[in-house]
Design a protein around this ligand. Structure first.
Ligand SMILES: NC(=O)c1ccc[n+]([C@@H]2O[C@H](COP(=O)([O-])OP(=O)(O)OC[C@H]3O[C@@H](n4cnc5c(N)ncnc54)[C@H](OP(=O)(O)O)[C@@H]3O)[C@@H](O)[C@H]2O)c1
Length: 295
């Protein structure tokens, strides 16, 4: 029997990749029937259906109708600075929205994404059972979400880091960097923000593999290499042959961020490796992104 997989937040950057990875996997062996949801941005290619997770009635109607075996919850207010300036909205989506979904998951597997920012960021290379100490309001709400998800008998919590992708409209660091350097704009980049930056394709593939292997509990899924944003910018400039003098080294405190960022936003992926699942180094990942940009 095919397993019905409901991807909530299929219009987001990770959600779109998950739709692709699960649909491609179903072509090879028709194990999954994949259904995705959007909130404000319908996805024509993927035929997503509308769902606002903050509306408990809507959540009940959609879950009852689809009756999924597996729910993958990527929907979140993932913008750290917006969470810092609008606590109410962050709680509504990242805590109450999660609670609304959890309410219908007693007999299903729920996959939930969390963040390295639930750790204090002072030492880095955090393992799954290291003590948490959220660094900003976004992380506080994600940790509350984790704790709600952990009450379920079947859950998989995937903690991950800053993501990058070949999607050119992505507002996040690497796409922003390529856009600006290609237009000859100077960029200020932190030397003291060290990240195990994660290729979204790898994250989506690792999610599929963890589900196929029936893994449950908490897993760290992040890039295989810890680098500062400044070092990443140098590698990107080298690869695309951008003018490196446009990259200005600064400190985190010099950047106009509302929410605090960790010095070491890095996760240890030994437990994931123990399952035989590998992640790209930044050099390997950026090479894949570069090839797609050149197509
Ligand atoms: N991006 C990162 O660097 C990063 C790092 C660590 C962890 N994470 C976690 O990874 C997950 C995916 O992040 P992402 O970057 O893919 O996020 P994203 O691109 O900002 O996408 C967010 C998704 O959530 C949906 N959404 C927002 N409010 C909603 C609501 N009230 N009801 C239903 N859906 C709603 C959005 O739908 P519409 O667009 O249709 O409105 C969109 O599909 C999140 O859980 C995030 O916390 C992300």
């Amino acid at each position: 029997m095919k397993q019905r997989v409901l991807i909530i937040g299929a219009s987001g950057f990770l959600g779109q990749k998950l739709m692709h990875v699960f649909s491609a996997s179903s072509l090879k062996s028709p194990q999954y029937k994949v259904i995705g949801t959007h909130n404000s941005a319908p996805q024509k290619n993927n035929n997503t259906i509308a769902l606002d997770i903050t509306n408990p009635q809507q959540v009940q109607t959609i879950i009852d109708k689809i009756d999924p075996h597996i729910i993958i919850l990527t929907a979140a207010l993932a913008n750290m600075d917006l969470c810092e300036s609008d606590h109410e909205l962050a709680i509504q989506i990242n805590v109450e929205g999660v609670r609304n979904i959890v309410h219908h998951c007693q007999n299903r597997l729920l996959v939930f994404y969390s963040t390295d920012a639930i750790f204090d960021g002072k030492t880095g290379n955090y393992r799954e059972n290291d003590p948490t100490d959220p660094i900003n309001f976004y992380a506080k709400t994600k940790l509350q979400g984790e704790n709600i998800v952990r009450t379920l008998p079947h859950h998989l919590i995937i903690r991950t880091c800053m993501q990058y992708t070949d999607q050119k409209d992505n507002p996040k660091f690497i796409s922003w960097l390529i856009r600006n350097l290609s237009q000859g704009n100077p960029v200020n980049v932190a030397t003291d923000h060290i990240v195990t930056i994660t290729l979204i394709d790898d994250l989506a593939q690792a999610t599929l593999q963890l589900i196929k292997k029936s893994c449950q509990g908490i897993y760290h899924v992040a890039g295989a290499q810890a680098l500062s944003c400044y070092d990443m910018a140098q590698i990107v400039a080298e690869k695309w042959q951008f003018n490196k003098s446009l990259i200005h080294p600064v400190q985190r405190k010099d950047l106009p961020w509302k929410a605090a960022r960790a010095q070491y936003a890095t996760l240890c992926i030994d437990k994931l490796r123990g399952e035989g699942i590998t992640m790209s180094t930044f050099e390997e990942g950026i090479d894949k992104v570069w090839k797609r940009y050149m197509e």
